[in-house]
Structure formats: C-alpha cells, structure tokens
Design a protein around this ligand. Sequence first.
Ligand SMILES: *Cc1c(COP(=O)(O)O)cnc(C)c1O
Length: 223
Amino acid sequence: MMIKDNLKRIEATLKPGVRLVAVSKYQPIAALQEAYDAGQRAFGESHVQELVVKHEALPKDVEWHFIGHLQTNKVKYMASFVSLIHSVDSLKLLKEINKQALKAGRVIDVLLQLHVAAEETKFGLTQHEVVEMLESDDFIALKNVRVVGLMAMATNTEDEEQVAMEFESVRQFYHVLKDGYFSGKPEFKEISMGMSGDYLIAQKYESTLVRVGSSIFGERIYE
Ligand SMILES: *Cc1c(COP(=O)(O)O)cnc(C)c1O
C-alpha cells in the first residue's frame, strides 16, 4: 500500500483534535517526501543525527518532533528548529534544552515523559519525580522551555486491558497537573501516547498526539 493511502486511512480513524505525528525514523528521505506531498507536516524522529540530515533535506515548513531518548550533548544540534521534544526525562536534560534554546533565541516546547510501562527498558519519570521536578527552584528558573504536556509509551503487549490501564493512569495524572500545577496555563494541553499498535486505544484516553510509524511507512529497515 502507498504511504498516501496509509495516511488517509489513519487520519480517518482519528478523533477530532488528535494530531498524527508520522514517525519516520530509519525511513529514507523519499518516504518522508511522499508523506509530505500527501500533506503530512508533523514528523517524529528518534536519533538526532538522522533528524538533522532530514531537516536539511525536507521543506522548511515541516514540524519536527523529537521522540527518542535524548542525550544532553546532542540537544545543541536541533535546538534551532525542533518543534516539540516529547521525551524529557530529567531535570538535567531540561536545563540543557533551556540553555540551547536561550542560545538560539527561542522557547522550546517539551513534554515530560512518564514511565508507565511494565518493561524496565522504557525511559521516563515517575509521577513523584515529575512533581518534585516541577516544584524545584531549578525548574522554576527555566525561561526558555515550556512544558506543554505529557508523553508515555505503554507496555509492548497484546493485553489491551493492560495498555488501557497504563493510558488511563497517564490521563489521570495529566488532569491532576492541569488542575494543579498548570492551572491557568492553557499551553499545557498535550498528551502524546499511542503508536501503530495502540493508538486507537490511546485516543480513548485523551491522547492529542499519536506517534505512528510502521502503519504509515511499513516496517523499518535497521542497518
Ligand atoms: C518508533 C516509535 C514510535 C512508532 O512506532 P510504530 O510502532 O512504528 O508506530 C512511536 N513512539 C516512539 C517513542 C518510537 O520510538
């Protein structure tokens, strides 16, 4: 099936207000261009080097989302153009994003990545760590980052009930923060959750950004 058809088919299943981030990691530039030509503008990448190359190659109105685990020493390469960093999992990283955003003369939007999956390997913060971070003086001093929501990855399992439970925990915590720490901050409005295998479930739990890769582009070829 063609990328354009896949995009159309997926778009048709999205609730109003849910945006599709096309996860294009490991995909060739021609595949991104095909998606772009079909009208897709938000793309998600998980490796900084690859992101930089693709940013150079694609038209300038592409919205680049960084969704992978991010090392502090790589932030500088994308600080001038990244639209949204989904994967903030430490205060140290947030401070570095702030520093590089300041240098680039801009404010960078970020999501805080919550750890909800049962797997050990998934990165992210606990709810307690999020609260601790938000209340720290170090965080309050950061003027060039803007926290616009939460991101999470569910356990990679066929058990839809477990996935739903994990997404529900994110939804609940999002509202706790929205009514508490972020009350009066309308920019705190995003929940990034759902991938090819579980974005239909994620939508039921108020996801606003779904990160879909293989259902659009086909299986990734890792080299
Ligand atoms: C690769 C990736 C996706 C997309 O996964 P698919 O199963 O191909 O849709 C979504 N989110 C993150 C964080 C990823 O690394």
